[in-house]
Design a protein around this ligand. Sequence first.
Ligand SMILES: NC(=O)c1ccc[n+]([C@@H]2O[C@H](COP(=O)([O-])OP(=O)(O)OC[C@H]3O[C@@H](n4cnc5c(N)ncnc54)[C@H](O)[C@@H]3O)[C@@H](O)[C@H]2O)c1
Length: 403
Amino acid sequence: MSTQSQLRVGMVGYAFMGSAHSQAWRTVNRVFDLPLHARMTAVCGRDEANVAAAAARLGWEQHTTDWRALVSRDDIDLIDICTPGDSHAEIAIAALAAGKHVLCEKPLANTIDEARQMAAAAERGAAAGVRSMCGFNYRRVPAVALMRRMVADGRIGDIRHVRAVYLQDWITDPQFPLVWRLQKDKAGSGALGDIGAHIIDLTQFVTGQRITGVTALTETFVKERPLPQASSGLSAAAGDGNGTVTTGQVTVDDAALFLARLDGGAIATYEATRFATGRKNGLRVEINGSLGSIAFDFERMNELEFYDATEPSTEQGFTTILVTEPDHPYLSAWWPPGHGIGYEHSFTHQARDLIEAIATGADPAPSFTDALQVQLVLDAVLRSAGHGSGWTDVEPIFAEVAA
Ligand SMILES: NC(=O)c1ccc[n+]([C@@H]2O[C@H](COP(=O)([O-])OP(=O)(O)OC[C@H]3O[C@@H](n4cnc5c(N)ncnc54)[C@H](O)[C@@H]3O)[C@@H](O)[C@H]2O)c1
């Protein structure tokens, strides 16, 4: 196969998201008929033995321990960033400057300043034909894409209410160690940036409206935790492995709640927490409009609830749409109707959309500028929570982007 028809990928980070993205790169051309073929050229991590093992396990041709070397290679077309937020800006800006397309995991960055610099670098890249996308993968769940289509088609009329929660419980135990997600310098914020960012993006994507202001509160229930043996993502053991346990401060929020106004007139509530005992990945969004309602629950990700208030009152009621038909978004490439899909498919769809955009010379969504806007909402939430929950406008996006 000629290199013109290939998209040679270099991925940085190989744990949770690295595995999910690898699955996507492995499957995308086997499922979708695309103008470019993703080639898993090299994966990067910090530890030689571990990254070598990850390359073999996940299907990468080569491995390296130096992301700077990776982004400057001539045989790489796209850099896929699957590291914690503290390295997103540096890697993405270097990759864009080297003329590589970039896929960067969410949240885009740890600070607004970094996010603005990344958006500016992406704008410069786009002018030179280099594409960038932020990994808000839940947009690519077929039921969510259908939800957006139905809202855009006017099926629920004018939007009045948006109600979004993202509920997890993995740090309820106060002895759960201080992993990187609980450290502000690594993660930027806690439940807010990690899972709150997803429901901000998802609701704005589905409604086509943007959050303009918030009143918020955050809480850190467990303020000190044992240090982990080795910092990792969603699981880790406490202590140094020899029975000695030292502790450190939790520097991010455990939970974040906020009310918001959207620019199309809707009002909204958001809740993101890692302390919702029993809720594992409870991402739920309900939207109420003048003509009906529509609701999605990730734990039933192949379904969409729809209430049509224009039906005769004798026949009204919530309908469960089984989102597995070939006419539903993304699904013509998969299985016969009724044969559901899973979490990993959202990443395959993300890879598909990115490859299509690169091949056709279009700017993919969500762009870094879209992700900067999410970052501005996160910032407004933290500012409001830091000032007695006072009403706080979201900073405008375009003032400083075009550097
Ligand atoms: N889209 C989603 O649904 C979703 C889900 C989970 C995480 N994420 C995001 O993905 C990113 C990574 O999260 P994760 O859960 O995969 O974390 P993780 O801890 O499982 O993996 C992080 C990886 O990055 C590597 N790494 C860290 N710093 C590095 C550096 N400086 N250079 C090279 N490698 C480095 C680690 O070795 C590890 O392989 C974060 O931005 C997170 O918010 C997104």
